[in-house]
Structures are given as C-alpha cells and as structure tokens.
Design a protein around this ligand. Structure first.
Ligand SMILES: CC(C)(COP(=O)(O)OP(=O)(O)OC[C@H]1O[C@@H](n2cnc3c(N)ncnc32)[C@H](O)[C@@H]1OP(=O)(O)O)[C@@H](O)C(=O)NCCC(=O)NCCS
Length: 178
C-alpha cells in the first residue's frame, strides 16, 4: 500500500471513487452528493486548508480521505476528517484504518492539536475518536446528529474548550452535510 498527498490533478479519480463507494453504500442520491463534494474539495486541495490523501495498490486508487481546516480566532490548529472512502471491493482489509492513521500522523507532524469528525461512532472509535460535546468545540453549522460529533487530541493534552464557533472551508458550508 502506497499513500500519496493528492492535488487537483487527481480530481477525476477521487470524485469517481467517492461517487461509486457512496452509491454502493448509501444509494444514488448520496453517491452524487458526496461525489460532487469530493470533486470540489479535490479541485482545491492545497495541502493546507484542504488535504487529500490517496491509498494506491499497484497504481490504482483504492481509498481516499480529506482533512479540512476548521478556523477559530484562536490560532489553535484543528482539522476535520471527512469524507473517507475505500473502494467497495477493497473494504474490510484494513485500508481505511491505515489511511486514517497515516493522515493523523501527517497532521501530528504539522503541529495540529485536534482532529474532529462527524460520523458513525462505532467505526471512528476504532481509530481513536471519542464523542465530543459542542460545549467543548462547536460545529460550524447546526448538527442533525450531535451524537456523531467526535474528536481526538493529537497532543499529550486533552481537548480544551474553545468558546467561539469555527468556520469550515466553503465546500462544507451547506446544511446538507450536517
Ligand atoms: C468506512 C470505511 C472507510 C472503512 O474502511 P475499511 O478499509 O473498509 O475499514 P478497515 O478494514 O480498515 O476496518 C477498520 C475497523 O473498522 C470496522 N468497520 C469498517 N467499516 C465499518 C462500519 N461501516 N461501521 C462500523 N465499523 C466498521 C472494521 O470491522 C474494523 O474493525 P476491527 O479491526 O475491529 O475488525 C469503508 O468501509 C467505506 O468506504 N465505507 C463506505 C463509505 C463510508 O461509510 N465512509 C465513512 C463515512 S464518511
């Protein structure tokens, strides 16, 4: 398995991976929604505000993940993990776990303090995420499933409270994702 930082040159293969994976797991409408989101995120991937990492097997993309910056007035570095996908035929072989671990390690090496995600606690708890109260860190938009708001510290310190609401990258600035 080979992990690579991706940029806009990978937009097509990344969009097609997310469309196909989410169409298989959630249906056509969700497949298009997340495929379009991945396409937009990928076209702006700059390894700063939007980080995209691909997992390749024999030159073919089999998984991809995005991390995007959540911005506060406070200079603390907080990123959000979303979305992540492993090709349907390669799921359940540890590729998702390895991709998340690789991404978290890259962020840790860039002095990121906290990573947040919004998803299924039963999966994300396997890669270090725990339920996060919005009284500690708020979501950028109103959450429809607050129990899916999860976080993990990348430092030795527990997650500390940040009083203001963050802003997300513009690609996530729509209630459909929250
Ligand atoms: C979720 C996903 C990224 C996981 O990747 P994967 O390569 O299949 O997962 P792994 O093989 O690395 O599994 C890691 C662990 O998570 C568990 N797991 C995998 N998918 C899970 C799910 N949907 N729910 C709960 N647990 C899950 C595995 O059983 C494994 O646990 P174990 O080591 O205790 O057995 C992948 O299955 C996928 O793309 N699914 C469809 C899209 C999706 O739901 N994306 C996440 C939301 S953005």
């Amino acid at each position: 398995m080979d992990h690579r930082m991706l940029d806009k040159n990978s937009q097509k293969e990344v969009a097609s991976l997310f469309t196909s994976v989410f169409t298989s797991s959630e249906g056509e409408k969700e497949g298009k929604l997340i495929g379009d989101l991945a396409s937009e995120l990928s076209s702006s991937a700059d390894n700063q505000e939007i980080i995209c990492i691909g997992a390749y097997e024999e030159g073919t993309i089999v998984g991809a993940i995005f991390f995007t910056r959540l911005r506060f007035d406070d200079p603390v570095k907080v990123y959000m993990l979303a979305p992540v996908a492993v090709s349907t035929s390669h799921q359940g072989k540890g590729i998702g776990r390895a991709l998340i671990k690789y991404g978290l390690n890259e962020l840790k090496n860039s002095s990121v303090a906290v990573v947040i995600t919004y998803g299924d606690p039963s999966f994300y708890s396997k890669v270090g995420f725990q339920p996060l109260s919005e009284s500690v860190i708020q979501a950028p938009l109103k959450l429809s499933m607050p129990e899916g708001w999860l976080g993990q510290s990348l430092t030795e310190e527990p997650i500390t409270t940040i009083s203001e609401r963050p802003t997300c990258v513009k690609e996530f600035n729509s209630s459909v994702y929250w």
